[in-house]
Write a protein that binds this ligand. Structure first.
Ligand code: C5P
Length: 308
């Protein structure tokens, strides 16, 4: 076994959907999507090292909300590769979690993507990029984007990715809630609310793509939308107050992130983001407030001497 004794650490970003158009439910229980993913530098670190027995430890502010058993997507990746690849075996895994759990920022998917890269490197499996993507797709709709990061157009279930020409950096503030929202529950509420409406045509969001080409945060803020926002607010009405307060305090735009309940505020620059963080914290419209900027690369190995 060519495993690296000191282990391997992979850093992986959270995502926000700059636009999220949701089509009707298909026969597999999924909705067709047209979305623009954007990765931000709010990250989880996954560390794996070879071990005699399987172990999983979670650290960070969300540690008590993450399963360490077979329900953990990152551990599922490790078990699966150990079954499928002769070179791989049991690992001791530590997940240092900063991405909110059940927050609509693809935290679980991010950890799964990180585990693919980490286990491949640890046991020198020499998997191809296509192997990574196939495995990622199988694990969940948001996992492929956590591998690629940056800014990308997602179609299908959100798992078919195409690059987007994007310039500039964008400064965000995220208003987090301790209580999560279940993704299937938000999609079910979306179906209930849209029962009598004409199904949405899924097409590339031209306004968003144009704004990203120019790199102008004002233009981007005006073009952002999320079809799941109404459903998320219906299940958690206080999200509307969070949005209203953030906009009244100078955010350029506000959007529920994915299936929520995290609310993402786009700001003019870093100074404006810091001001908004202070303002939102003082108003107590969220359980926690963090800032981040994007785009950020997808899951990448962090050299052991560069770990901070
Ligand atoms: O693929 P993932 O496991 O992240 O999806 C979780 C759930 O979210 C699915 O079981 C489905 O109920 C819902 N979903 C959906 N349409 C999508 C993606 C997810 O209805 N495109």
């Amino acid at each position: 076994m060519a495993a690296i004794d000191e282990g391997v650490t992979v850093r992986v970003p959270a995502k926000v959907n700059l636009s999220l158009a949701v089509g009707p439910l298909d026969e597999d229980g999924y909705h067709g999507l047209a979305t623009v993913f954007h990765a931000v530098d709010l990250t989880d670190d996954i560390h794996v090292r070879p071990s005699k027995q399987w172990e999983c430890t979670i650290t960070g502010p969300y540690a008590d909300k993450v399963p360490t058993d077979g329900a953990n997507l990152a551990m599922q990746v490790a078990h699966r590769l150990a079954q499928e690849c002769y070179e791989a075996g049991p690992v001791s895994m530590t997940i240092d979690k900063s991405i909110p759990v059940a927050g609509g920022m693809a935290g679980g998917s991010a950890d799964a993507a990180a585990a693919i890269i980490a286990i491949d490197q640890l046991f020198d499996l020499q998997l191809t990029k296509l192997d990574h993507l196939d495995l990622a797709r199988d694990l969940g709709s948001d996992v492929p984007f956590a591998l690629t990061g940056g800014t990308a157009l997602g179609s299908g279930r959100g798992d078919e990715l195409a690059p987007v020409l994007a310039t500039g950096r964008y400064e965000w503030v995220f208003a987090l809630q301790h209580e999560g929202l279940s993704t299937p529950a938000v999609y079910a509420e979306f179906d209930r609310l849209n029962k009598r409406r004409k199904p949405r045509r899924l097409e590339a969001p031209e306004e968003i793509l144009t704004a990203l080409r120019t790199g102008d945060p004002y233009e981007l803020a005006g073009a952002m939308f999320n079809d799941l926002q109404e459903a998320a607010i219906s299940l958690m009405p206080r999200l509307q107050d969070t949005i209203d307060v953030g906009l009244s305090q100078g955010a350029l735009g506000a959007i529920v992130s994915g299936s929520g309940p995290t609310v993402a505020f786009l700001c003019a620059d870093r100074a404006a983001a810091l001001d908004l963080m202070v303002g939102l914290t003082a108003c107590k419209v969220a359980d926690d407030v963090v800032s981040a900027s994007g785009p950020h690369p997808g899951a990448r190995v962090v050299p052991n001497n560069r770990l901070t």
